[in-house]
Design a protein around this ligand. Structure first.
Ligand code: ARG
Length: 588
């Protein structure tokens, strides 16, 4: 019988190690098990590195132990009897190596096939999180930076959801700024009948924005009226609010097209939503004596920064920081979020660092950053063109996201047509596959890099069927599905009746990689680096290839077992795709 199992494999091994630590050195309280995968498979599957740390604490105080190796030996002896562990060994200064039971791995895989991947989810301490991502600005362009934020944020949210965290997916759109004064005035001027017109009549909002801005810069009269309009809007005057809403609706419709195409769901709570809370929040900060006067403005000084955080401008208006402080207050108090994650380009690091510190001064966040509630700025690098410069179109315009999606899709479609799929598939199938490949390629190319680095947007590279790309991985997955189809066996029935045996070393290696899925999700979430999961997926695919090159599947003696291993691999690949926002394909 299997133990009651929760958490990743590493968490399960750590649990055993923890029991052993308690039994071995009860005098050392609160020692956390240090368990990681072995770098060298020859040593074992996992290793425990506690012995040296314990040695440093008890050296000379415990006659049982003459050196760290002796502690390692004792830890091995005290490891509880369990179905998880096959054998242990102790090396050098007390490294405890653990070899997992192959039978246990087999059973775990079988369990996953029967009950679904949710049974492999790591256990996290957080229950409720906000992921603030995408967050474009109304009437300004939604650019590749927002695309990165959308892709990375969606993946982080999905990984948290996989781990049973309630995630509030928040679109913090910039819908409340001084730019609305000029937009509204320009709307009144260009469209005297603005209340009746269809929103489409305004046309491209970016062009509209540019024209309004040009007028704002050139015409002092217009500038003055625009500034008054901001006051009227913020004062809630109906006419201005209606015009504002109309402009927001146009942007919203454009954003939604992108979200729908990318299958990203998120809920808009823009800057305007938090506006009613700002006064109260500032009052609280005022009462805590955090707000000072500086050159007519109101500021909060924060440690480690030479300039203070501006929270009320000289003209009495609120800004990005006052909005973010209020949004944080709301998320902590009204939404009871324990972990609040902000996904923007690294250019905003200073802003986040400053307002996090202000929140700490206010006592909203604990000094000890390992305690909840926590905040985290997930910064990412620039998107570069193949020329190494900031990604722009030839006419040095900002690249429109829909154009990028269109191109990725049409290139993928051409690839499929070149492979003769046009005649074989229905037009819908061709469309769906082109989208899965094209959008998947864009997402994976973004996610596979460490997010903090700049990344080069290159269609040829991301659509390369032989590289580390979504296209390669989607083909690999489809190939596994086709092996199962070609066997002619009913895989659902095999899951119920068949047995899985990891006999060949390449099978065991693949099986071990499969059961480790949960801990890679855990690692990706610890540092909020989705590339960790991409690396896992790519190496899983490589291990499958190795297995399939060596081991015969169809018509072999081990056919049933190996088909189950194929199915398990395909299932975990699909779960990775899901967490990366990629739509799987079953044939290609
Ligand atoms: N609208 C901002 C931008 O485009 C991003 C907002 C990020 N979220 C936040 N709570 N500040 O740069």
């Amino acid at each position: 019988a299997l133990d009651v199992q929760v958490g990743s494999v590493r968490q399960q091994v750590a649990k055993l190690v923890k029991e052993s630590l308690n039994a071995t050195v009860p005098e050392v309280a609160d020692v956390e098990p240090l368990v990681s995968a072995c770098n060298n498979a020859k040593n074992g599957d996992y290793q425990c590195n506690n012995a040296m740390g314990i040695w440093a604490k008890i050296k000379g105080k415990d006659a049982r132990f003459k050196n760290p190796n002796a502690i390692g030996q004792e830890l091995a002896r005290n490891l509880p009897e369990s179905a998880v562990v096959e054998s242990t060994s102790v090396a050098g200064p007390g490294f405890l190596n653990v070899v997992l039971s192959t039978l246990w791995i087999e059973q775990k895989i079988h369990q996953m096939l029967k009950h679904g991947v949710s049974c492999w989810a790591p256990v996290l301490t957080v229950e409720r999180a906000v992921v603030d991502f995408s967050s474009p600005n109304i009437a300004k362009e939604m650019h590749v930076g927002h695309l990165r934020s959308t892709i990375i944020g969606d993946s982080i949210a999905s990984m948290l959801e996989y781990c049973n965290v309630t995630v509030l997916r928040r679109n913090h759109v910039g819908d409340w700024g001084t730019q609305f004064g000029m937009l509204i005035e320009y709307l009144f001027e260009e469209f005297p009948n603005w209340e009746e017109i269809q929103e489409q009549a305004i046309g491209d909002l970016q062009v509209f924005y540019k024209k309004a801005k040009a007028k704002f810069d050139a015409d002092p009269e217009f500038k003055k009226r625009s500034q008054k309009a901001v006051v009227s809007l913020q004062g809630g005057e109906e006419k201005y609010v209606l015009a504002w809403r109309q402009i927001c609706n146009i942007s919203r419709r454009e954003f939604n097209v992108v979200y729908e195409r990318l299958h990203v769901t998120l809920e808009e709570k823009g800057e305007s939503f938090y506006h009613p809370y700002i006064a109260g929040v500032l009052k609280e900060l005022e009462e805590k004596n955090l707000i000072e006067e500086s050159e007519g403005a109101r500021v909060i000084t924060v440690p480690g920064h030479t300039i203070p955080l501006l929270v009320v401008k000289g003209d009495g208006g609120f800004n990005y920081a006052s909005t973010d402080l209020s949004a944080l207050w709301y998320r902590l108090n009204e939404e009871a979020a324990q972990w609040i994650i902000y996904v923007t380009d690294v250019g905003q690091s200073q802003h986040f660092d400053m307002f996090f510190k202000a929140a700490k001064r206010a006592g909203w966040l604990p000094e000890d950053e390992s305690k909840y509630p926590k905040v985290k700025h997930v910064g990412f690098g620039l998107v570069l063109g193949t020329d190494g410069k900031r990604f722009r179109t030839r006419s040095s315009e900002v690249v429109r996201l829909v154009d990028l999606l269109d191109e990725a899709k049409s290139r993928s479609k051409q690839g499929l047509v070149d492979r003769g799929r046009e005649g074989e598939w229905t037009p819908e199938e061709l469309e769906d596959a082109s989208e899965a490949l094209g959008y998947g390629a864009i997402k994976y190319a973004d996610l596979k890099n460490n997010r903090t680095t700049n990344y080069t947007f290159n269609f040829d590279q991301m659509l390369d069927i032989r590289g580390n790309t979504a296209v390669y991985l989607l083909y690999a997955h489809a190939r596994i599905c086709s092996i199962i189809r070609k066997s002619g066996k009913d895989i659902e029935e095999l899951k119920q009746t068949g047995t899985l045996k990891l006999s060949h070393p390449s099978e065991r290696q693949l099986g071990l990689q499969l059961v480790r899925f949960g801990e890679f999700v855990e690692d990706a979430l610890t540092d909020l680096l989705p590339n960790t999961l991409c690396e896992y997926l790519y190496s899983l695919s490589g291990m499958f290839t190795e297995f399939y090159t060596i081991c015969k599947v169809i018509n072999s003696e081990e056919e049933t077992s190996r088909l189950l291993l194929c199915e398990a691999t395909a299932t975990i690949m699909r779960e990775c795709f899901k967490l990366l926002g990629i739509t799987p394909l079953y044939r290609l």
